[in-house]
Design a protein around this ligand. Sequence first.
Ligand SMILES: [Ca+2]
Ligand SMILES: [Ca+2]
Ligand SMILES: [Ca+2]
Length: 163
Amino acid sequence: MLRPALHAVAVAALLAVPAAADPLAPTHDSARAMGEAFVMALDADHSGTVEAGELSTFAEAAFVAIDADGSGAVTRAEMLGWDDGPRAEAAFVGREQGFDAAMGTVFDLFDRDMDGRLTRQEHAAGVVKAAAFADLDGDGVLTTREFRDGYVLEVAMRNAFHG
Ligand SMILES: [Ca+2]
Ligand SMILES: [Ca+2]
Ligand SMILES: [Ca+2]
């Protein structure tokens, strides 16, 4: 389920960038378009916002996708190697190193017991806490703008694209 959805996100994000006349030029717009595409992908009921249920559905699907060997825990290598994620796009614009550093930071934030593995619970809790942090007006719902400007993975991606 997640694989084609996120692939569509990547394609949509790339297509949404007018400056993609030169696809090798990393632009702020490309990261922004990707953030908006992610909200559209998560927004299952097409309400224009991401609610808690949509976020937990995404978190579970993402965990299964990232846990490549199905061990029930995500290692740093699996996190960095998450090829359904934005890594391919970062590579596409030559920002893999920045992307790895940013994703490593997200991994460390989520790995609360610092044992080098993200359990399903740590990952789910991290997503919920990241969403709470991004929810600027505290209404429990993430708008495109809140998600784009304040969700840790989006910010990490933006940094990766700026390098
Ligand atoms: Ca929604
Ligand atoms: Ca852990
Ligand atoms: Ca909100």
